[in-house]
Design a protein around this ligand. Structure first.
Ligand SMILES: NC(=O)c1ccc[n+]([C@@H]2O[C@H](COP(=O)([O-])OP(=O)(O)OC[C@H]3O[C@@H](n4cnc5c(N)ncnc54)[C@H](O)[C@@H]3O)[C@@H](O)[C@H]2O)c1
Length: 322
Protein backbone atom coordinates (compact mmCIF):
# COMPACT_ATOMS: atom_id res chain seq x y z
CA UNK A 1 0.00 0.00 0.00
CA UNK A 2 1.07 3.57 -0.63
CA UNK A 3 1.12 6.88 1.20
CA UNK A 4 0.32 9.91 -0.93
CA UNK A 5 2.21 13.01 0.23
CA UNK A 6 1.39 16.43 -1.22
CA UNK A 7 4.00 19.18 -0.95
CA UNK A 8 6.67 16.46 -1.02
CA UNK A 9 9.41 18.80 -2.30
CA UNK A 10 8.74 21.11 0.63
CA UNK A 11 10.64 21.34 3.90
CA UNK A 12 8.33 19.17 6.01
CA UNK A 13 7.04 16.97 3.15
CA UNK A 14 10.49 15.91 1.96
CA UNK A 15 11.61 14.94 5.47
CA UNK A 16 8.39 13.06 6.22
CA UNK A 17 8.77 11.21 2.89
CA UNK A 18 12.37 10.31 3.72
CA UNK A 19 11.35 8.87 7.07
CA UNK A 20 8.56 6.82 5.51
CA UNK A 21 10.74 5.48 2.69
CA UNK A 22 13.41 4.62 5.30
CA UNK A 23 10.94 2.42 7.12
CA UNK A 24 10.07 0.61 3.87
CA UNK A 25 6.83 2.35 2.92
CA UNK A 26 5.89 3.22 -0.68
CA UNK A 27 5.39 6.95 -1.18
CA UNK A 28 3.66 8.72 -4.04
CA UNK A 29 4.75 12.36 -3.86
CA UNK A 30 3.06 15.39 -5.42
CA UNK A 31 4.43 18.92 -5.74
CA UNK A 32 4.16 21.78 -8.24
CA UNK A 33 7.56 23.37 -7.37
CA UNK A 34 5.81 26.63 -6.56
CA UNK A 35 8.15 29.62 -7.12
CA UNK A 36 7.47 31.17 -3.67
CA UNK A 37 11.11 30.42 -2.85
CA UNK A 38 13.94 29.07 -4.99
CA UNK A 39 12.83 25.70 -6.40
CA UNK A 40 16.50 24.64 -6.55
CA UNK A 41 16.18 23.79 -2.84
CA UNK A 42 13.05 21.76 -3.62
CA UNK A 43 14.85 19.78 -6.34
CA UNK A 44 17.75 19.14 -3.95
CA UNK A 45 15.38 17.83 -1.25
CA UNK A 46 13.82 15.43 -3.75
CA UNK A 47 17.11 14.10 -5.13
CA UNK A 48 17.74 11.38 -2.51
CA UNK A 49 14.08 10.38 -2.61
CA UNK A 50 14.10 9.92 -6.37
CA UNK A 51 16.95 7.40 -5.97
CA UNK A 52 14.65 5.08 -4.03
CA UNK A 53 12.38 2.60 -5.81
CA UNK A 54 9.90 3.11 -2.96
CA UNK A 55 9.28 6.66 -4.24
CA UNK A 56 7.22 7.90 -7.20
CA UNK A 57 6.85 11.58 -8.06
CA UNK A 58 4.07 13.44 -9.86
CA UNK A 59 4.51 17.12 -10.74
CA UNK A 60 0.99 18.37 -10.10
CA UNK A 61 -0.85 21.37 -8.73
CA UNK A 62 -3.23 20.30 -5.95
CA UNK A 63 -5.69 22.96 -7.10
CA UNK A 64 -5.91 21.35 -10.57
CA UNK A 65 -9.14 19.42 -10.04
CA UNK A 66 -9.12 17.10 -13.07
CA UNK A 67 -5.47 16.15 -12.72
CA UNK A 68 -5.81 15.49 -8.99
CA UNK A 69 -8.97 13.42 -9.20
CA UNK A 70 -7.35 11.31 -11.94
CA UNK A 71 -4.74 10.29 -9.32
CA UNK A 72 -7.37 8.08 -7.64
CA UNK A 73 -7.89 6.14 -10.88
CA UNK A 74 -4.21 5.84 -11.75
CA UNK A 75 -2.97 5.06 -8.24
CA UNK A 76 -5.69 2.97 -6.54
CA UNK A 77 -3.15 1.50 -4.09
CA UNK A 78 -3.07 4.70 -1.97
CA UNK A 79 -4.37 3.92 1.54
CA UNK A 80 -3.14 7.00 3.48
CA UNK A 81 -2.75 10.66 2.55
CA UNK A 82 -0.52 13.31 4.12
CA UNK A 83 -1.52 16.68 2.70
CA UNK A 84 1.23 19.26 3.24
CA UNK A 85 1.14 21.27 0.00
CA UNK A 86 0.33 24.89 0.69
CA UNK A 87 1.23 28.44 -0.10
CA UNK A 88 2.99 29.37 3.16
CA UNK A 89 4.14 32.70 4.55
CA UNK A 90 2.09 35.11 6.64
CA UNK A 91 3.31 38.46 5.32
CA UNK A 92 2.87 37.76 1.60
CA UNK A 93 -0.69 36.59 2.26
CA UNK A 94 -1.58 40.13 3.28
CA UNK A 95 -0.43 41.59 -0.05
CA UNK A 96 -1.21 38.68 -2.42
CA UNK A 97 -4.21 36.83 -0.96
CA UNK A 98 -5.47 35.14 -4.13
CA UNK A 99 -2.72 32.53 -4.46
CA UNK A 100 -3.32 31.55 -0.81
CA UNK A 101 -6.99 30.83 -1.37
CA UNK A 102 -6.19 28.96 -4.58
CA UNK A 103 -3.57 26.66 -3.05
CA UNK A 104 -4.79 26.37 0.55
CA UNK A 105 -8.57 26.48 0.21
CA UNK A 106 -9.28 25.18 -3.30
CA UNK A 107 -6.29 22.83 -3.08
CA UNK A 108 -7.48 21.50 0.27
CA UNK A 109 -11.02 20.98 -1.02
CA UNK A 110 -9.67 18.98 -3.96
CA UNK A 111 -7.55 16.82 -1.64
CA UNK A 112 -10.70 16.12 0.41
CA UNK A 113 -12.51 15.17 -2.81
CA UNK A 114 -9.59 12.91 -3.73
CA UNK A 115 -9.67 11.34 -0.25
CA UNK A 116 -13.31 10.35 -0.57
CA UNK A 117 -12.56 8.61 -3.86
CA UNK A 118 -10.49 6.07 -1.93
CA UNK A 119 -13.14 3.95 -0.18
CA UNK A 120 -10.49 2.06 1.79
CA UNK A 121 -8.59 5.16 2.91
CA UNK A 122 -7.23 4.53 6.40
CA UNK A 123 -6.24 8.08 7.32
CA UNK A 124 -5.97 11.63 5.97
CA UNK A 125 -3.42 13.71 7.87
CA UNK A 126 -3.00 17.36 6.89
CA UNK A 127 -1.01 20.41 7.94
CA UNK A 128 -2.72 23.23 9.71
CA UNK A 129 -0.82 25.95 11.54
CA UNK A 130 -0.31 27.73 14.85
CA UNK A 131 -1.36 30.85 12.93
CA UNK A 132 -5.02 29.83 13.43
CA UNK A 133 -4.66 31.03 17.05
CA UNK A 134 -4.30 34.55 15.61
CA UNK A 135 -5.16 37.24 18.11
CA UNK A 136 -5.61 34.82 21.03
CA UNK A 137 -3.81 36.01 24.15
CA UNK A 138 -4.19 32.96 26.39
CA UNK A 139 -0.91 31.00 26.30
CA UNK A 140 0.06 28.30 25.62
CA UNK A 141 -2.35 27.78 22.72
CA UNK A 142 -4.61 24.80 23.26
CA UNK A 143 -6.67 22.88 20.69
CA UNK A 144 -9.60 23.47 23.04
CA UNK A 145 -9.32 27.27 22.52
CA UNK A 146 -11.63 29.12 20.14
CA UNK A 147 -9.90 30.12 16.91
CA UNK A 148 -12.12 32.81 15.46
CA UNK A 149 -9.66 35.67 15.08
CA UNK A 150 -7.06 34.99 12.38
CA UNK A 151 -4.76 37.98 11.80
CA UNK A 152 -3.58 37.04 8.31
CA UNK A 153 -5.13 35.62 5.14
CA UNK A 154 -2.76 32.65 5.46
CA UNK A 155 -4.24 31.87 8.90
CA UNK A 156 -7.76 32.27 7.54
CA UNK A 157 -7.03 29.75 4.75
CA UNK A 158 -5.65 27.25 7.27
CA UNK A 159 -8.71 27.63 9.50
CA UNK A 160 -10.95 27.28 6.41
CA UNK A 161 -9.22 24.01 5.59
CA UNK A 162 -9.95 22.74 9.11
CA UNK A 163 -13.62 23.66 8.79
CA UNK A 164 -13.96 22.06 5.35
CA UNK A 165 -12.40 18.89 6.73
CA UNK A 166 -14.97 18.92 9.53
CA UNK A 167 -17.77 19.01 6.94
CA UNK A 168 -16.22 16.25 4.80
CA UNK A 169 -15.73 13.97 7.78
CA UNK A 170 -19.38 14.47 8.67
CA UNK A 171 -20.57 13.90 5.10
CA UNK A 172 -18.21 11.19 3.90
CA UNK A 173 -17.09 9.40 7.07
CA UNK A 174 -13.36 10.01 6.71
CA UNK A 175 -10.74 9.57 9.41
CA UNK A 176 -8.90 12.89 9.32
CA UNK A 177 -6.30 14.49 11.55
CA UNK A 178 -5.15 18.11 11.29
CA UNK A 179 -1.75 19.00 12.74
CA UNK A 180 -1.17 22.59 13.81
CA UNK A 181 2.57 22.92 13.30
CA UNK A 182 4.50 25.63 15.14
CA UNK A 183 7.51 27.40 13.52
CA UNK A 184 9.53 24.49 12.13
CA UNK A 185 13.29 24.81 11.61
CA UNK A 186 16.23 22.52 10.91
CA UNK A 187 18.23 21.07 8.01
CA UNK A 188 16.53 21.62 4.62
CA UNK A 189 14.57 24.52 6.16
CA UNK A 190 12.79 27.26 4.28
CA UNK A 191 14.77 30.33 3.19
CA UNK A 192 11.78 32.62 3.83
CA UNK A 193 11.63 31.72 7.54
CA UNK A 194 13.39 33.49 10.38
CA UNK A 195 16.00 30.78 11.26
CA UNK A 196 17.33 30.75 7.68
CA UNK A 197 17.11 34.55 7.41
CA UNK A 198 19.05 34.95 10.70
CA UNK A 199 21.75 32.48 9.66
CA UNK A 200 22.18 34.13 6.25
CA UNK A 201 22.27 37.69 7.62
CA UNK A 202 24.78 36.85 10.39
CA UNK A 203 26.97 34.95 7.94
CA UNK A 204 26.93 37.81 5.40
CA UNK A 205 27.17 40.60 7.99
CA UNK A 206 23.87 42.15 6.89
CA UNK A 207 21.26 43.60 9.24
CA UNK A 208 18.46 41.54 10.81
CA UNK A 209 15.14 43.40 11.21
CA UNK A 210 13.42 42.38 14.44
CA UNK A 211 9.76 43.29 14.54
CA UNK A 212 7.76 44.25 17.63
CA UNK A 213 11.06 45.84 18.80
CA UNK A 214 12.47 42.34 19.43
CA UNK A 215 9.80 41.34 21.95
CA UNK A 216 8.76 38.33 19.87
CA UNK A 217 8.59 34.79 21.20
CA UNK A 218 8.18 31.68 19.08
CA UNK A 219 7.70 27.99 19.66
CA UNK A 220 10.64 26.81 17.52
CA UNK A 221 10.13 23.16 16.60
CA UNK A 222 12.97 21.02 15.28
CA UNK A 223 12.22 19.20 12.03
CA UNK A 224 12.98 15.70 13.39
CA UNK A 225 10.42 16.25 16.15
CA UNK A 226 7.85 17.43 13.61
CA UNK A 227 8.49 14.38 11.41
CA UNK A 228 8.16 12.06 14.43
CA UNK A 229 4.92 13.80 15.47
CA UNK A 230 3.50 13.51 11.96
CA UNK A 231 4.32 9.80 11.72
CA UNK A 232 2.96 9.15 15.22
CA UNK A 233 -0.32 10.77 14.18
CA UNK A 234 -0.40 8.96 10.83
CA UNK A 235 0.10 5.59 12.49
CA UNK A 236 -2.68 6.13 15.03
CA UNK A 237 -5.91 6.98 13.21
CA UNK A 238 -9.07 7.21 15.29
CA UNK A 239 -11.04 3.97 15.66
CA UNK A 240 -14.09 5.56 14.00
CA UNK A 241 -14.47 8.25 11.31
CA UNK A 242 -13.71 11.55 12.99
CA UNK A 243 -11.84 14.83 12.62
CA UNK A 244 -9.17 15.49 15.21
CA UNK A 245 -6.89 18.48 15.67
CA UNK A 246 -3.54 18.52 17.45
CA UNK A 247 -0.77 20.98 18.21
CA UNK A 248 2.63 19.79 17.05
CA UNK A 249 5.24 22.13 18.47
CA UNK A 250 8.18 22.26 20.83
CA UNK A 251 5.94 23.24 23.76
CA UNK A 252 8.25 26.07 24.79
CA UNK A 253 8.38 29.70 23.76
CA UNK A 254 11.81 31.06 22.88
CA UNK A 255 12.75 34.70 23.11
CA UNK A 256 13.85 35.74 19.61
CA UNK A 257 16.96 37.48 21.03
CA UNK A 258 18.04 34.23 22.72
CA UNK A 259 17.61 32.42 19.40
CA UNK A 260 19.81 35.01 17.70
CA UNK A 261 22.48 34.53 20.38
CA UNK A 262 22.48 30.80 19.60
CA UNK A 263 22.96 31.59 15.91
CA UNK A 264 25.82 33.95 16.75
CA UNK A 265 27.48 31.23 18.79
CA UNK A 266 27.02 28.54 16.10
CA UNK A 267 28.31 30.83 13.33
CA UNK A 268 31.03 32.50 15.43
CA UNK A 269 29.91 35.99 14.32
CA UNK A 270 27.93 38.86 15.85
CA UNK A 271 24.49 39.80 14.50
CA UNK A 272 23.62 43.33 13.38
CA UNK A 273 20.11 44.04 14.62
CA UNK A 274 17.60 46.74 13.76
CA UNK A 275 14.49 46.93 15.96
CA UNK A 276 11.25 47.71 14.11
CA UNK A 277 7.54 47.95 14.98
CA UNK A 278 5.19 45.02 14.23
CA UNK A 279 4.09 44.14 10.69
CA UNK A 280 0.45 43.41 9.77
CA UNK A 281 -0.30 39.70 10.19
CA UNK A 282 2.47 39.05 12.73
CA UNK A 283 1.81 37.32 16.02
CA UNK A 284 3.70 38.46 19.12
CA UNK A 285 4.08 35.08 20.76
CA UNK A 286 3.32 31.43 19.97
CA UNK A 287 3.52 28.47 22.34
CA UNK A 288 1.99 25.02 21.93
CA UNK A 289 0.03 23.12 24.53
CA UNK A 290 0.71 19.54 23.41
CA UNK A 291 -1.24 17.73 26.16
CA UNK A 292 -3.57 15.93 23.70
CA UNK A 293 -0.78 15.13 21.24
CA UNK A 294 1.25 13.43 23.97
CA UNK A 295 -1.79 11.70 25.45
CA UNK A 296 -3.10 10.26 22.15
CA UNK A 297 0.13 9.57 20.25
CA UNK A 298 2.72 9.17 22.99
CA UNK A 299 4.72 11.90 21.23
CA UNK A 300 6.88 14.57 22.88
CA UNK A 301 9.43 16.87 21.24
CA UNK A 302 13.03 16.02 22.09
CA UNK A 303 15.29 18.64 20.51
CA UNK A 304 15.91 21.98 22.28
CA UNK A 305 16.97 25.12 20.38
CA UNK A 306 20.37 24.80 22.08
CA UNK A 307 20.79 21.46 20.31
CA UNK A 308 18.81 22.14 17.12
CA UNK A 309 20.26 25.49 16.03
CA UNK A 310 23.88 24.22 15.77
CA UNK A 311 22.59 21.29 13.68
CA UNK A 312 20.69 23.66 11.43
CA UNK A 313 23.76 25.88 11.05
CA UNK A 314 25.89 22.85 10.15
CA UNK A 315 23.47 22.02 7.33
CA UNK A 316 23.15 25.70 6.30
CA UNK A 317 26.92 25.96 5.85
CA UNK A 318 27.24 22.68 3.97
CA UNK A 319 24.30 23.43 1.67
CA UNK A 320 25.62 26.89 0.83
CA UNK A 321 29.22 25.67 0.42
CA UNK A 322 30.52 27.80 3.32
N1 LIG B 1 7.29 25.19 8.29
C1 LIG B 1 6.53 25.70 9.25
O1 LIG B 1 7.00 26.32 10.20
C2 LIG B 1 5.04 25.49 9.22
C3 LIG B 1 4.30 25.96 10.30
C4 LIG B 1 2.92 25.78 10.29
C5 LIG B 1 2.32 25.13 9.24
N2 LIG B 1 3.05 24.70 8.19
C6 LIG B 1 2.37 24.01 7.09
O2 LIG B 1 3.03 22.79 6.87
C7 LIG B 1 3.00 22.46 5.48
C8 LIG B 1 4.40 22.25 4.96
O3 LIG B 1 5.12 23.48 5.13
P1 LIG B 1 6.62 23.63 4.69
O4 LIG B 1 7.31 24.45 5.69
O5 LIG B 1 7.18 22.30 4.31
O6 LIG B 1 6.43 24.54 3.38
P2 LIG B 1 7.14 24.42 1.97
O7 LIG B 1 6.77 25.64 1.19
O8 LIG B 1 8.58 24.12 2.11
O9 LIG B 1 6.42 23.15 1.34
C9 LIG B 1 5.18 23.21 0.69
C10 LIG B 1 5.34 22.53 -0.66
O10 LIG B 1 4.06 22.58 -1.31
C11 LIG B 1 4.27 22.88 -2.66
N3 LIG B 1 3.07 23.52 -3.16
C12 LIG B 1 2.63 24.80 -2.94
N4 LIG B 1 1.49 25.01 -3.61
C13 LIG B 1 1.20 23.86 -4.26
C14 LIG B 1 0.16 23.47 -5.14
N5 LIG B 1 -0.82 24.31 -5.46
N6 LIG B 1 0.17 22.21 -5.64
C15 LIG B 1 1.17 21.34 -5.32
N7 LIG B 1 2.20 21.66 -4.50
C16 LIG B 1 2.19 22.90 -3.99
C17 LIG B 1 5.48 23.79 -2.71
O11 LIG B 1 6.14 23.75 -3.97
C18 LIG B 1 6.33 23.24 -1.57
O12 LIG B 1 7.30 22.32 -2.05
C19 LIG B 1 2.25 23.59 4.81
O13 LIG B 1 0.88 23.24 4.71
C20 LIG B 1 2.40 24.75 5.77
O14 LIG B 1 1.36 25.68 5.65
C21 LIG B 1 4.41 24.85 8.17
Amino acid sequence: MTILITGVAGFVGSQVARALVARGEDVLGIDNFSPYYDPVLKFARLKPLRESNHFTFLELDVSNRDAMLAVAERHPQVDRIIHLAAQPGVRQSVTDPYIYVQANVMGHLIVLELARRYPGLKHLVYASSSSVYGANTKLPFSVADRVDHPVSVYAATKRSAELMTEAYVHLHKLKATGLRYFTVYGPWGRPDMSPYIFAKAIQEGSTISLFHLGFVKRDFSYIDDIVAGTLAALDQPAAEPSHRLYNVGAAGSEDILHVIELFEKALGKKAKIELKPGEPGDMLETAADITETTRDFGWTPKVSVEEGIPKFVEWFKAYNGL
